[in-house]
Design a protein around this ligand. Structure first.
Ligand SMILES: Cc1cc2nc3c(=O)[nH]c(=O)nc-3n(C[C@H](O)[C@H](O)[C@H](O)COP(=O)(O)OP(=O)(O)OC[C@H]3O[C@@H](n4cnc5c(N)ncnc54)[C@H](O)[C@@H]3O)c2cc1C
Length: 397
């Protein structure tokens, strides 16, 4: 065999998975179509990622967190969810938890760079860049990939981390549910005049949703989701017109706003692989579960998938059993599905409720927000889902 494990895709999930196994004896190839330079110095892509306490712990354990300049990490201390034009909000406050913050904000390119840097010095990991995987398959004893230059590589296990639109997942015959919301997410950063007090706002307006996430230096990450047919006109807006529009939609809560980045658009398609493995092949990260960003779970789940699969592989090696056997991959799949299924379906149900403009839906939203503030166990459950404080403490994964 050429390697023990071949990982397709050096995005944050593929890199984290490689790092999770870097201190084993396994010989690992990480195959990526982008250049080495793009991995070493990833460009800013507008995505400001909200991370939970569990992700903080996992990234710390992988030696990734420590490499990040603390000025690049912002804290979310409070969160407010509002409905339509109502000033009423469902409030989450870090003082209701044992932590000084509800979560962390990091740019996606900062996470990618930390994950890339964390592999430095591990000779058992070979990074093959500028390599497009065009075919994949497996037999009883091994998995294989074929590159665009016709090179074939073999390993007992192939792991795909090649995005929610994974072509290798399809080639391996893993069926996947895809939910195209017909909506687009536009993201950017802005400088605010008034202090944001490290508060995140999720405003479910009737025609679009607007999320405001706190960054350092009183900047904010602005996340707009809107019908895809409207996205071109928003992307083409003059910077000042755009800023005045967001100020108005925020009821001037943060005073004058000024764009500090360009705008980036992402079409919203959620995906869920029916199986997270097949013969000598597994999917992790977005290739397993591609989330709608509204509940900010995508990479948090991706990290967990990498962690769970790596843990199962290490346990199999300790017991001297085939780490790519069906039983090992099935255990990974069932654990990750147990965590991801309620989050995926819960998020999609929330999106449906908050994009439905009928009167009963508007009423249901308002009732839910009020109940959320009053019914303490429900609020604690939502808070726990958002922060993963309990999971971080319990050692669930
Ligand atoms: C607007 C937005 C906001 C978000 N906010 C949050 C948030 O707040 N919190 C959160 O946790 N998540 C968030 N996410 C989700 C998060 O960005 C993703 O979950 C994460 O980036 C997925 O990482 P990945 O490594 O699985 O896939 P990707 O980042 O898609 O990486 C896949 C890699 O595979 C490579 N590749 C693909 N095909 C091939 C091939 N055939 N051959 C070789 N290489 C290949 C690609 O080049 C790429 O490098 C957000 C997403 C968006 C769009």
């Amino acid at each position: 065999m050429d390697y023990d494990i071949i990982i397709i895709g050096a995005g944050p999930a593929g890199l984290s998975f490689a790092r999770s196994l870097a201190d084993s004896q396994l010989k690992i190839a990480l195959v990526e179509r982008s250049s080495k330079k793009d991995l070493a110095e990833p460009a800013y892509d507008g995505r400001e990622i909200a991370l939970t306490h569990l992700s903080h712990r996992l990234m710390n354990d992988l030696g990734m967190w420590q490499t990040i300049d603390s000025e690049k990490i912002a804290l979310i201390k409070n969160a407010k969810v509002s409905n339509g034009n109502s000033p009423y909000s469902l409030n989450f406050d870090h003082s209701e938890t044992s932590k000084e913050n509800l979560g962390f904000m990091l740019s996606n390119n900062v996470i990618r760079k930390a994950a890339y840097d964390s592999l430095d010095g591990f000779d058992n990991i070979t990074l093959l860049t500028d390599k497009d995987v065009v075919n994949v398959g497996s037999n009883a004893s091994c998995g294989w990939i074929e590159l665009a230059d016709k090179t074939k590589l073999k390993a007992p296990l192939v792991v795909a981390a090649d995005s929610r639109f994974s072509t290798t997942r399809r080639k391996m015959g893993i069926a996947t549910s895809m939910l195209d919301f017909g909506r687009t997410c536009i993201v950017c950063t802005m400088k605010a005049q008034e202090p944001h007090q490290y508060t995140a706002h999720e405003c479910f307006h009737y025609d679009r949703t607007l999320a405001i996430l706190p960054l350092n230096n009183n900047e904010i990450s602005v996340v707009i989701t809107l019908a895809s047919e409207e996205s071109d006109s928003v992307m083409a807006m003059h910077r000042d017109t755009f800023a005045r529009d967001i100020e108005k939609r925020m009821n001037n809560k943060l005073g004058k706003l000024e764009l500090s980045s360009e705008l980036f658009a992402y079409p919203l398609v959620a995906t869920f692989a029916h199986d997270f493995y097949t013969n000598r092949f597994a999917v992790i990260g977005d290739a397993a579960v591609g989330m709608h960003p509204v509940t900010a779970h995508g990479f948090n789940l991706g990290l967990q998938s990498a962690h769970i699969l790596a843990k199962e592989i290490k346990q199999a090696i300790d017991k001297d059993v085939d780490f790519a056997s069906t039983s090992v991959l099935a255990r990974y799949s069932s654990q990750h599905k147990r965590i991801a299924t309620p989050i995926y379906h819960g998020t999609n149900a929330l999106v449906r409720l908050y994009t439905n403009t009928t009167r009963p839906a508007k009423l249901a939203r308002s009732v839910l927000l009020h109940l959320g503030n009053i019914v303490k166990p429900a609020k604690a459950m939502i808070m726990d889902q958002l922060t993963e404080i309990r999971a971080e403490k319990s050692g669930r994964i």
